[in-house]
Design a protein around this ligand. Structure first.
Ligand code: MGP
Length: 197
């Protein structure tokens, strides 16, 4: 008589390969923050919510199609896609010594495309410095929509330059993009960027 382990191995072998979900290298989490109606006195990030964690290509497409398109966001709201376990905050230990590359967009359709291309590169582990990456944020603002790619070790210039160059290739952007340290932003809102590519 077959053990339950043998039975489930046989059952798995019988599922046609195309119907098995495609596992990602790691888990990712979508977050949402709507800061368009801030509660008076509320601390930054208090409206940020963890929405969904996934680890298959199929779940990703479903979530993107159904929910996570920046063109559906209200003004002053953000979507985040971060590695599971890392919170999209300077306070998270993985982000504390990090920084971000930023790209702006003038058209909604463009932001959706850039967001999608970036997410596919992240979940597909296309960056050589994948361990350096925390996640990506899409922000809808009056002035200009924007994307920010958060990384871990701002002081590691070589790693950040490698990521910045690769991100520009992925987005097919020719304008210069800039990198700022979270530590600088924490101290002074008008802070200048440290690297550009
Ligand atoms: P921002 O969103 O990084 O700057 O921070 P930006 O993109 O110029 O502003 P936006 O209005 O277009 O979003 C804006 C402000 O939010 C900062 O000056 C902080 O007061 C606060 N803030 C932003 N972040 C990412 C954090 C964070 O991770 N932790 C805390 N405590 N405050 C933050």
């Amino acid at each position: 008589m077959a053990t339950s382990e043998e039975a489930s191995a046989t059952a798995a072998a019988e599922v046609p390969p195309q119907s098995q979900p495609h596992k990602l290298e790691r888990k990712w989490t979508f977050w949402f923050d709507n800061i368009s109606k801030p509660k008076q006195g509320a601390a930054w990030g208090s409206s940020m919510r963890k929405v969904y964690t996934f680890d298959t290509v199929e779940e990703f497409w479903c979530l993107y199609e159904q929910i996570f398109k920046p063109s559906r966001l209200p003004m002053n709201a953000d979507f985040h896609l971060f590695k599971t376990g890392i919170e999209p905050k300077w306070e998270d230990p993985e982000c504390a010594n990090g920084g971000k590359w930023s790209v702006t967009s003038n058209r909604k359709a463009n932001l959706d495309t850039m967001w999608l291309e970036t997410m596919m590169a992240l979940i597909g582990e296309q960056f050589d410095e994948a361990d350096e990456i925390c996640g990506v944020v899409a922000s809808v603002r009056q002035r200009q929509d924007k994307l920010a790619l958060w990384t871990k070790t701002a002081a590691n210039e070589a790693a950040q330059m490698g990521i910045g160059k690769k991100w520009k290739e992925i987005l097919d952007v020719t304008d210069r993009i800039t990198y700022s340290f979270h530590d600088d932003s924490r101290r002074d809102r008008s802070v200048k960027s440290r690297y550009s590519v």
